[in-house]
Design a protein around this ligand. Sequence first.
Ligand code: FES
Length: 355
Amino acid sequence: MTIHPSGRQFSAAPGQTLLQAALDAGVNLPFSCRAGHCGVCRGRVVEGDIRLDAFTPGLSDAQRADGHVLLCRTHAAADHIVIDVRETESALTPPKTIPCRVKSVEQRSESVAIVKLRLPMNENVFFLPGQFIDVLFDDGQTRSYSIANPPRQRGVVEFELHMRHRPGGRMTDPVFRAELTGKMLKIQAPLGSFFLREESDKPLVLLATGTGFAPIKAILQYMQETGVKRPATLYWGGRSPNDFYMRDLVEQWEAEHGNFRFVPVVSAPVSGSASSTPGQEWAGRIGHVHDVARQDFPDLSGHHVYACGSPAMVSSARRIFIDECGLDAADFFSDAFVPTGYDALTRPPALSSFP
Ligand code: FES
């Protein structure tokens, strides 16, 4: 396999996707969901035959017809293939496998827990704000979680993760049964190409649904701690006000930082429901986060957009902002949370399934 224009070469083992083969060879390619949904790993076949999975919602028909592929859903079908793809900035730290201990688990809401992992003392890890880790299981399965704390110049020895309980979840069931504190885990970190582009001074529009807030938190705290004053507006979507599990913290940021605005968005407030605070009517914005953001920012040219959460939200935001709001496609950065068990033949869940 050859990457154009860098000329870097690597080999793919039988059954490996081109993305996995590249990452295993230490080639930094952009990726997020690894499931065909987000479109971040898109490249174009210049030479050679490939086999692309049929269902790739992150790829439009026009892109497919123009020879584009999603590398996380593409396999080699020839000995030599040339792919045109932009490599991720080489400043990314290569991921490594690290043992760690679950330091604490704090349940913040009915369905969200804050999990803190303690790394070995000699393992200061460097990462970029917005990246994620994989928890590795002995049978080869993995679970991905965004890092919610900001990086430090000397590296960090602790990771904060935000976990939404999925009944039957291999990771989250033990977390919510309070069985994980003190246990050892094996993780791979840091991962992903969703991170703050510090070289730009464009204003930021940040979208999060549910625990998609985690990497956005890392980005915003990093900006605050390093004195970045770019205007930033956060749209955080949930099914009910109770889903804003760190609302106090975000409102405190808004009070302390004049460049930051917070817009909580409830998708379907139900008065008196079990998921809303008794006696408290929702007086804020209602709808999908990307629709509310579009109302406020009909012209997104000259902005950077960071979107993290459900695949449906990410793909809708990408399409609407680029097609209707004048956002440059290169200025849209995303991390789609694809639940374990989704494969290329499974459609992403409806937006209402993921707050
Ligand atoms: S990483 Fe390939 S489509 Fe998301």
